[in-house]
Design a protein around this ligand. Structure first.
Ligand code: FPP
Length: 246
């Protein structure tokens, strides 16, 4: 039996977050330049977005470009930005067809103007869609986000809009870039690295973690179903005992 048939449709994770890793290594193994890996990676993004929507996942967050990725060679950064623009332009009709709403989190002000404009226009165009919310993390890092929210909270206290005693989990969550997005239930990371790499540090507090050796360009729909089945076999306790949650 394939993994798809093993999925319990009434227990689909509401929010799946993915660290898409291994494009460069995949390309190198084929004797190709790194960008070929990123281009193949976009095909995986297309496929996984479609199957996530089909399964009824509500939020899919993809780590497309980290704050640290700005330190890659300029040629790769420029090529990645161009690929993002091409992809967004090419895929907007697919998003419309599948009732998918695009959102972006991260320090978008750092993006080249054309990348920023294309993302914004796609976000606007898809804003009325009611199916899957596809969240692209772009120029994102969790520490950047936490510093930014701390500054905003400090500002609110300084201006007398909030008391120090009022700061609680809800308040902190509401100042993060994900304020309107529930925390991820499942985090997938490809390519065998066992790290979180500055991704959604606050929001992943209770997420189930799934690591696979598979490189992102080779991450098939079947691999995605496998991750969902694995997730469904776990017992999520949120700090409670097994007896309490039964
Ligand atoms: C990780 O592989 C991948 C990235 C840093 C970029 C991923 C971006 C895409 C697949 C394009 C996404 C497009 C949209 C629209 C979301 P790596 O380069 O770190 O691989 P390596 O670890 O093998 O070098």
């Amino acid at each position: 039996m394939g993994y798809k048939e093993q999925i319990q449709l009434d227990r689909i994770p509401r929010h799946v977050a993915i660290i898409m890793d291994g494009n460069g290594r995949w390309a190198k193994r084929q004797g190709l330049a790194r960008m070929f890996g990123h281009r193949r990676g976009v095909e995986t993004v297309h496929n996984i977005t479609e199957v996530a929507a089909e399964l009824g996942v509500s939020y899919l967050t993809l780590y497309a470009f980290s704050t640290e990725n700005w330190n890659r060679p300029k040629e790769e950064v420029d090529a990645l930005m161009a690929l993002l623009v091409d992809t967004i332009v090419k895929e907007t009709p697919t998003l419309m067809k599948n009732n998918i709403r695009l959102q972006a989190i991260g320090d978008l002000a750092r993006l080249p103007k054309v990348t920023y404009d294309k993302f914004l226009s796609c976000i606007e165009q898809t804003s009325g869609n009611t199916g899957l919310v596809l969240v692209i993390a772009l120029s994102y890092s969790a520490r950047w986000e936490i510093i930014r929210s701390t500054q905003m909270i400090a500002e609110a206290v300084k201006e007398g809009k909030m008391l120090v005693e009022d700061i609680n989990e809800e308040v902190v969550s509401s100042y993060l870039t994900t304020s309107d997005i529930p925390d991820p239930d499942l985090l997938i990371r490809t390519s065998g690295e066992l790290r979180i790499s500055n991704f959604l540090l606050w929001q992943l507090a209770y997420a189930e973690l799934y690591f696979t050796d598979c490189l992102w360009p080779e991450f098939t729909n079947e691999e995605f179903y496998h991750a969902i089945v694995d997730y469904q076999h776990r017992e999520r306790r949120f700090g409670k005992t097994s007896e309490q949650i039964r």
